[in-house]
Design a protein around this ligand. Structure first.
Ligand SMILES: Nc1ncnc2c1ncn2[C@@H]1O[C@H](COP(=O)(O)OP(=O)(O)OP(=O)(O)O)[C@@H](O)[C@H]1O
Ligand SMILES: [Mg+2]
Length: 216
């Protein structure tokens, strides 16, 4: 299967959630996890390389998809192979829309879309939803509130939630803004980090299990 972390807004927490989810799912699932860093910044890959210095075994490999490769999956075959595989293939994308992402966005089983309620972020999320519509992507859209501030009253939350829910599932639990999520590594989740993501991630996993009729 293919699970892609994407949206068109930069800095919304795609890589943070992709790392946390890869670590989380590696711990709970017997399936092999493979990560693909499809962002020119290669943040996930660099972190994973840096973590080779840690005295903890790696949980998965991270492959980079080279920038100069304009249509990395133009033959579809490798993409279909990843999609049909029982392994968990996780992609982290850049915060910019690019035609090179089209095939992946079409063939992903799930697209996890982190969003915030600021006006700019709301608009970008809607642009991204529209882009997926134009691509006629059949991927299940999973929306997740990212960097959510418990004490703050988001004025556009109600309207935005209603709009977003028309296009996919909106996870009940947000990922709150937490300092511990700013110091993730690719080898483990601390107790605190696990606590910060476990409820929304359990929702994602339930949804995947229901949609694909599997147990992750
Ligand atoms: N839940 C959170 N709590 C606190 N800080 C967070 C949280 N999620 C992300 N951040 C911080 O926000 C910043 C942007 O996060 P991240 O790099 O994951 O976003 P991104 O969507 O991958 O960005 P880009 O579009 O550049 O790839 C980072 O400094 C990260 O540590
Ligand atoms: Mg990123």
């Amino acid at each position: 299967m293919i699970i892609t972390f994407a949206t068109q807004k930069g800095g919304t927490g795609k890589t943070t959630l992709a790392i946390a989810f890869s670590n989380y799912v590696s711990a709970i699932s017997k399936r092999k996890v493979n990560v693909f860093d499809f962002d020119f910044q290669k943040s996930f890959y660099h972190k994973w390389k840096e973590d080779e210095l840690l005295d903890i075994p790696k949980l998965y490999d991270v492959e980079i998809i080279e920038e100069d490769n304009k249509q990395p999956y133009s033959d579809f075959e490798s993409l279909i192979k990843l999609k049909e595989s029982d392994e968990i293939n996780i992609f982290d994308l850049a915060g910019t829309l690019d035609v090179k992402y089209s095939d992946l966005l079409i063939y992903s089983d799930f697209i996890v879309i982190p969003f915030e309620y600021s006006n700019v972020s709301a608009k970008s999320t809607l642009v991204f939803i529209n882009f997926l519509g134009l691509l006629e992507s059949q991927a299940e859209r999973i929306f997740i509130r990212s960097k959510y501030d418990k004490g703050y009253k988001y004025l556009n939350q109600e309207g935005m939630d209603a709009e977003i829910s028309r296009y996919g599932i909106l996870l009940k639990s947000p990922v709150y803004k937490r300092n511990c999520l700013q110091i993730l590594d690719t080898r483990k989740l601390t107790y605190e980090q696990k606590y910060a993501v476990k409820t929304p991630f359990a929702e994602i996993i339930d949804h995947i299990n229901n949609c694909l009729e599997i147990t992750l």
